[in-house]
Design a protein around this ligand. Structure first.
Ligand code: KIV
Length: 284
């Protein structure tokens, strides 16, 4: 089957790799990251210049309609991460370890390897606290690049029933900074901070050598990620740090309504959409 190009998309230049991210950090160039869950969207986002994509377990909510991220499974995440990779062969691709996929070091290693080998991701992301240090060490020893997700941890928040900003008291901030340092020392080259004050992010950026991506974590981070569906207007109650940039549901609704009216009022299909009879049979 020939692939139909999506209007406005074009092939991006060269692959964005880990050394490029480090270089961007050193030069103070911010790294834009968006979540992405499918092949056509990956093509559009990278052609628009966003060259680092995160296949987040937020897919359980944005794509599958669950009320938390804990319903994402390994097989589902591996499949959609591979789809994003096919759409964006040159992007820096981050894959999210879903709930239950890293209960111990051997299981985490096995599952992380699936993302690298089956989905062709560049790095795996894991929600971490101090208890995950041995797993981080094991992944690092296995040569698996890891992004440690700190701050608001949606997989944990789902059980607590509250999605709250973290590190807002001096004690909580100091704990987060210490945790970030320990995880960096355990071998994680990248951190993702979710919903923490900028002052805490600034301390962490200064305290660790790796790349720090923020999600509602202030301007000091080396790069920023947001959930694509929030930016596109799918979420009726986005978090305060989300800038809604367009209203895609409205556009889909408009197109669907047009289709409904065209069919019910007899405008579709028209003669130009039809296959017409040939005047002669083959061989005649
Ligand atoms: O799953 C996800 O999309 C994430 C982002 C919120 C950072 O982890």
């Amino acid at each position: 089957m020939t692939e139909t190009p999506i209007a406005g998309t074009e092939k991006t230049a060269v692959k964005l790799a880990w050394p490029d991210l480090l270089q961007m950090k050193r030069e103070g160039r911010k790294i834009p990251v968006l979540t992405c869950y499918d092949h056509p969207t990956a093509k559009i986002l990278t052609a628009a210049g966003v060259r680092a994509l995160l296949v987040g377990d937020s897919a359980a909510m944005t794509v599958l309609g669950y009320d938390s991220t804990i319903h994402a499974t390994m097989d589902f995440m591996v499949t959609i991460t591979a789809a994003v990779r096919r759409g964006a062969p040159d992007c820096f691709l981050m894959a999210d370890m879903p709930f239950g996929s890293y209960p111990d070091a051997p299981t985490a290693t096995r599952n992380a390897l699936r993302f690298l080998q089956e989905s062709h991701a560049d790095i795996v992301k894991m929600e971490c606290d101090h208890r995950h240090e041995p797993i981080v060490q094991a992944l690092s020893a296995a040569g698996i690049p890891l992004c440690a997700h700190l701050g608001l941890l949606p997989q944990k928040a789902a059980f607590e029933g509250a999605y709250r900003a973290q590190g807002r008291t001096p004690e909580a901030a100091a704990k987060l900074v210490a945790q970030a340092q320990r995880l960096a020392a355990a071998g994680t080259p990248m951190l993702l901070l979710e919903a923490v004050p900028d002052a805490v992010s600034a301390q962490i950026v200064a305290a660790v050598p790796g790349v720090v991506i923020g999600c509602g974590a202030g301007a000091s981070c080396d790069g920023h990620v947001v959930v694509l569906h929030d930016v596109l207007g799918f979420n009726a109650r986005p978090a305060r740090f989300v800038e809604v940039l367009t209203n895609v549901p409205e556009r889909i609704s408009h197109a669907a309504r047009q289709y409904f009216l065209d069919v019910t009022q007899g405008r579709y299909p028209a003669s130009r959409h039809a296959y017409h009879m040939k005047t002669t049979s083959p061989g005649e």
